[in-house]
Structures are given as C-alpha cells and as structure tokens.
Design a protein around this ligand. Structure first.
Ligand SMILES: [Zn+2]
Length: 468
C-alpha cells in the first residue's frame, strides 16, 4: 500500500462562498496523509507529524498551497493540434480548423498519441478531472479512457454524435453513433473512476432522430452524463432557430428531447433568457462556463449574475481548442474579466470554488473529489506562489487567502503548478518539457518532429492582412 504525506498550506471549501462567509478552510502549516490514493487524515503538521510511522515519507511543500485538483467541465482532447489558430468565430472555426483536425482521429494511433499528450497537459496544469469530448470516432474515446484508466483519473468522456451539417467523413451513418455510444458506455461507465457522457455535439449537427434516441437513452440511464454545447454564439442560435422552428429556444430543443436533466453538462449557456435559466436550474443541469473560449472566438459573455440569481449550477471550463489554454488559472482570470465587462465582480475565492468543489458537486462527485477532507480521493494540486519573480513579489504582499488566490489566478499559469497528484500519484513530472531534461527517446522524437516541420512554413499571399 502506497503511504505518503504532503506538507503545505491547505486550502479547500466547505461551502459555496456565495452562500456562506465561512466557506474557505485554511490550515497554514498543514499535513495530508494519503493511503492508496485516498486522504486518510488532514490537519496541523505539528500534532499529525508526531504520530507518523517510519513507513510514511513526507513530501515537504512548505510555502506552497495544497488545493483540491482542478476540474475542467468541458474540453476537447482532439483539438490540441489546432489550439491558438486564428478564426472568424464559431462556425468558421468549426469548418476551417476543427473538422479537418478531427478527421485524423480515424487513425487509432493518432487517438492514442493525442490521449497521452492531452492527459499530460491536463496534469501539467493542475487539472485532475475533466468532462471531455472526443471526435465522432469511437476509437478516440476508447483511447482516452484507456489512458485515463491507466493513470487512475476521474474522467467523463463521450464520442460526438453528429449525423448532419458536418463533413461526410465525420457523420454517423444511420443509428451507428447510438450503437457506438451504448457499447462505449457499457465498456467504460463506472469502470474505475470513469464516466460516460452521451455527447450530441450540438443541436445543429444532429437530426431529430439522433436527438430523440439520445434523449431516450438519457431518460433510461440517469447515471450516464449528457454533454453538449448550448447558445454559444448568436449566429449559431439563429441557425438552431431555423433548424428547429417549433422550439421555444435553443435550450428547449434539448429539453424537448429529454436531454436536460441532472448530470447534463452544457458548455457556454451565453444566449439564454430568463425562462431558459429557470428551466436549466430546475432541471439541476450544469453550466460549463468557458470564458477563455468565449473571448477568443468572440462568442459573447456569460451572465454570471443572472445565472447565480436563477440558481444555475456553475462549473468552469477551458473548451480547448476554442479556448486558448488548458490552464484553469487562466480560465478563472478570464471569468473575472468577463464578469467585469458585465459590471459585476467575482472573487478569486468564488472562482477557485467553481474550479474545484463547486464543479465536483455539480457533477455529482460530492465528497469524492474537490475537497481535501479525510476520505476523499487524493486529487491534489500544489500551487507555488513564488513560481515567477513577479508572482513571488506580488504574493509576498498578499494579506489574505483571497488576495493570494487572486494573485495566483491573474499571474499564474502552468509554471505555478509545482505538482499534481492524481489519486495520490505525482503526475506532473511525466512530461519533460525541454531537450536538456528529456530522455533520449523524447529527444529523438522532438528532433524528428522538428525535421518534419522544417521547410513546411510558407507565406501565402494575403497572410497577415486584416480581414473585416
Ligand atoms: Zn466545446
């Protein structure tokens, strides 16, 4: 049995900061005892350390913060190859970048390589759980689950269902997509820490029949997740209105097919009205808010104030590759900025809650993750407030948890993530980012990639010209 202990400043949440002024819990010099992937005790370093046996090694992160690992409630693992690609908004982004990139996932080798890279990147950013969309190919999700299972991760994923308004290479034929969904769910849902999500890509890319079958499955299997996109961009909303003229709203399309319920996770939720928000909250669905993606694609700004007022469950999400980063710190910063643009303010405490315990609760993982409580699974992120000179200087002036967390989310990125523990296993160090620190095999691969890449860059006429 693996028995470890982590020393550092423990910060987690016992309530939603919106509802309680005493939501944050802090142990300045704390200790977490972890046996076989689970937290078995937590508390002050002094008294706990005196009771430690000789078989337990203490890793000293004094000066760093130990928090529950981040939860990314919506992202796309096949899109890391196109992250940071310029686009003219959502629909252009899908046709110009997303669909061509996703076609490559017909090849299982591409799927396996992408799954490994993606999970390494999540860990590098302190993210220990995520809701992930694959491509339309069953093998993409198969590869992701296989890799996540090997790492002992808590992860939700699903293959995209789409059978219209997409390239023929990416379209489900007949009911094949639903058959694959059933077979993937049977193989993976509930295995280890994994969960399956019925994943219609978005209303516009599924026929009525596909949405109806997906809804029937969602009704008969409330234990499965549902994930999709909702009201991201005005042009998309208009298109959905044309495709479903009888629906009251975009949300109503999903609701009428039985896809709006607890364990349904909808990305974006920007262009909703008051009725939508009320229905969404009543259904106990989760809004996966993707402010980084919304800013990058110019989709709009999520209305945090109205969503909170309506009682909607909120979790933060990166939405890579529409989002420019897998960093939940950067995502919190973007959320803060989006709220400011709408005239409201969000505290760092609230944003960290939505990236940890709030997300875990929204996804039904209550006391399993998102907390450093004894008995929880040991998914822990170690944040270093001295990761960069500027962050160190600013953090030194912080006089409260809020102020320190605020500095971390504004100035921090993956450099501030000292280590990521997934079920008690250190997972950040798997990645060797530089040639000097890498293995011979990694170096050979990097050189091979460089060799293939050299000479491929061209300057096309019109490159760099601003298009209105
Ligand atoms: Zn998305």
């Amino acid at each position: 049995m693996a028995r470890i202990a982590l020393r550092g400043r423990l910060i987690d949440f016992v309530a939603d900061p919106i509802a309680s002024a005493a939501a944050v819990r802090l142990v300045d010099d704390g200790l977490l005892l972890i046996d076989d992937g689970r937290i078995v005790a937590r508390g002050e370093y002094g008294p706990l350390s005196r009771a430690l046996g000789p078989d337990r090694e203490v890793t000293d992160f004094t000066g760093c913060l130990l928090l529950p690992g981040f939860v990314d409630a919506h992202t796309h693992f096949p899109q890391l190859d196109i992250v940071a690609s310029a686009s003219g908004g959502l629909l252009n982004w899908l046709t110009q970048h997303t669909y061509p990139a996703e076609m490559r996932f017909a090849d299982p080798v591409v799927c396996e390589e992408a799954a490994r890279f993606f999970l390494d990147e999540l860990a590098a950013n302190g993210t220990t759980s995520a809701c992930v969309l694959g491509t339309v190919h069953a093998q993409s999700v198969e590869a992701l689950f296989t890799e996540a299972q090997a790492r002992g991760m808590r992860l939700v994923a699903g293959k995209c269902l789409m059978d219209r308004n997409c390239p023929p290479e990416l379209a489900d034929r007949g009911d094949q997509g639903m058959h694959e969904t059933l077979s993937l769910a049977a193989r993976w849902h509930g295995k280890g820490r994994l969960g399956y999500a019925i994943t219609p890509r978005f209303a516009a890319s599924s026929t009525d029949r596909q949405l109806k079958l997906a809804g029937e499955l969602a009704r008969s299997r409330p234990d499965l997740y549902v994930q999709s996109h909702l009201a991201e961009n005005e042009e998309e909303v208009r298109w959905v209105r044309e495709l479903f003229p009888r629906a009251r709203s975009y949300l109503d399309v999903y609701e009428s097919f039985g896809l709006l319920r607890e364990r349904s996770v909808y990305a974006h939720c920007i262009w909703l009205d008051a009725t939508d928000r009320r229905h969404f909250a009543l259904a106990r669905a989760t809004a996966a808010v993707c402010p980084g993606s919304n800013l990058f694609l110019g989709s709009g700004t999520f209305d945090f104030a109205r969503a909170v007022e309506a009682g909607m469950k909120i979790a933060l999400a990166t939405d890579v590759g529409g989002g420019p980063t897998l960093s939940m710190l950067a995502t919190m910063r973007a959320a803060h900025d989006v709220a400011r643009m709408r005239g409201s303010s969000l505290s760092a405490t609230q944003l960290f809650y939505w990236a940890t315990r709030g997300a875990a609760q929204a996804l039904g993982w209550d006391d399993q993750v998102g907390t450093l409580e004894s008995g929880a699974e040991a998914d822990v992120v170690v944040l270093d407030p001295a990761a960069t000179p500027l962050l160190a200087k600013r953090a030194a002036a912080a006089d409260s948890v809020e102020s320190l967390l605020f500095a971390l989310m504004v100035l921090g990125d993956d450099r501030a993530v000292r280590e990521t523990f997934i079920a008690g296993r250190p997972s950040k160090g798997r990645r060797k980012p530089t040639l000097s620190g890498a293995s011979a095999a990694d170096n050979a691969r990097t050189r091979e990639l460089a060799r293939r890449f050299m000479g491929r860059l061209r300057i096309a006429p019109g490159d760099g010209v601003l298009k209105p």
